[in-house]
Design a protein around this ligand. Structure first.
Ligand SMILES: [Zn+2]
Length: 105
């Protein structure tokens, strides 16, 4: 069981890296998850961050547009290399969040 999970994680990571490498238009984290065909959203963020690091090592870099609140337009802090998906807005306590968007530099 653990072995399978490990294998699956590797495959998802590779698929994300391949997808990101070919990506021309900006895509949100939710779009990427949909393209990869996984709904394990808590894992996908981790996998995207891994993929971003390995692509950076190959000289492929991305701009990350931060998550924003749909209700009050609060902009979440975003570090340069790591995608973060907040679940709640500290401004209005709303839970409708636009996920971060990745764009090839
Ligand atoms: Zn808000």
């Amino acid at each position: 069981m653990e072995g399978n999970a490990e294998e699956e994680a590797k495959t998802i990571r590779q698929r994300i890296a391949e997808y990101l490498e070919r990506m021309k238009d900006p895509r949100s984290v939710a779009d990427i998850a949909r393209m990869i065909g996984t709904d394990r959203s808590e894992n996908i963020i981790q996998e995207i961050n891994h993929a971003l690091k390995s692509l950076k090592a190959k000289g492929i870099t991305f701009k990350i547009l931060p998550a924003t609140c749909r209700k009050c337009n609060f902009i979440f802090k975003q570090t340069k290399l790591e995608v973060k998906v907040p679940s709640k807005c500290p401004g209005c306590k709303g839970e409708l969040i636009n996920p971060p968007i990745l764009q090839r530099k």
